[in-house]
Design a protein around this ligand. Structure first.
Ligand code: UTP
Length: 289
């Protein structure tokens, strides 16, 4: 079985839930303490052994490409002012040359369509999909947990997490053969099931390992929930011929595409920082008396 080397990171959505913040700044670059969300995502992917990142971008997302490139004037000025700490922190975020690709999804037709846009760069190998607005804080990087599960069972692996039963209608929900331990064979999945009809309370939470055969199905996928081309619908079809396992990962998810999720993530990331945690705790304390 070949190593999972490439990850698709779709960033072409409109980010309507965090407007107007996402009007000129892509929501994937919104701030978590002092780094954009995407910096955390790349760190997680690297920890999982990912070597190539395929961003599916759209109009007004140009800042993402700029973030992962040199800012020559700024770097020269920091150097001239002997601000080597700041300069080094800046340079540490840069990718190695050639390890990022950018493809355009010319209209945000849905997550399934966004993933399909990466087909030529992924080629004929298993790959990861990372939804960058879902920031996963875990001792072992969430995608690494997924890759380790994939190394055991092969096929397709979907990272899931539990939500209260009355919230399942907002998400993609999986059906499992049995629920023993954290890694279980899936029997189905459904996107945004009507209230009271969900097959479980385990939701698809933003990390996937998929086989390249998904692209052929995405190419012919009809619009689904919300009038969008849904990845979930093509995965359901792929399930007829390939195995799918759901991994309930160990960690905490922050939905940074949502106002409160973004706020929670900022607080959590500040509190866990060695250099800032204590100061953050003191600064936040008055809000909780
Ligand atoms: P979301 O549904 O969370 O993102 O899609 P969105 O559409 O930008 O957000 P809202 O609902 O309007 O607030 C999950 C990920 O998939 C990408 C988004 O950029 C996000 O990172 N996506 C979604 C695309 O790249 N293309 C699409 O057509 C849809």
């Amino acid at each position: 079985m070949k190593k999972v080397r490439k990850a698709v990171i779709p960033v072409a959505g409109l980010g309507t839930r965090v407007l107007p913040a996402s009007k000129v700044v892509p929501k994937e670059l919104l701030n978590l303490v002092d780094r954009p969300i995407l910096a955390y995502i790349i760190e997680e992917a690297r920890a999982a052994g990912i070597e190539h990142f395929v961003f599916v971008t759209g109009r007004s997302k140009g800042a993402i490409e700029d973030y992962f490139d040199h800012q020559v004037e700024l770097e020269a000025q920091l150097s001239a002012k002997n601000k080597s700490d700041v300069l080094n922190a800046l340079l540490a975020e840069l990718p190695r040359e050639g390890e990022m690709s950018f493809v355009r999804q010319m209209q945000p037709k849905g997550l399934g369509h966004a993933v399909w846009c990466a087909r030529d760069i992924i080629g004929d190998e298993a790959f990861a999909v990372i939804l960058p607005d879902m920031v996963m804080d875990a001792e072992v990087a969430a995608l690494k947990q997924a890759v380790e599960a994939y190394d055991k069972v092969g096929g397709n692996v979907i990272v899931v997490e539990r939500v209260p039963h009355d919230q399942t209608h907002q998400y993609g929900v999986v059906a499992l053969e049995s629920q023993e331990g954290r890694l279980n064979k899936m029997t189905g999945m459904v996107e945004k099931p009507a209230k009271g009809t969900a097959p479980s309370n385990l939701i698809v939470s933003g990390r996937y390992i998929l086989q390249p055969e998904i692209f052929g199905l995405l190419a012919t996928q009809e619009k689904g929930a919300g009038g969008e081309i849904q990845l979930t619908d093509s995965m359901s079809r792929l399930m007829d011929s390939q195995s799918f396992h759901a991994l309930e990962y160990e960690g905490v998810t922050y939905d940074c595409g949502d106002k409160i999720g973004l706020l929670r993530a900022n607080v959590a990331m500040a509190l866990k920082r060695d250099d800032l945690g204590e100061a953050a705790r003191r600064a936040l304390a008055p809000f909780f008396v």
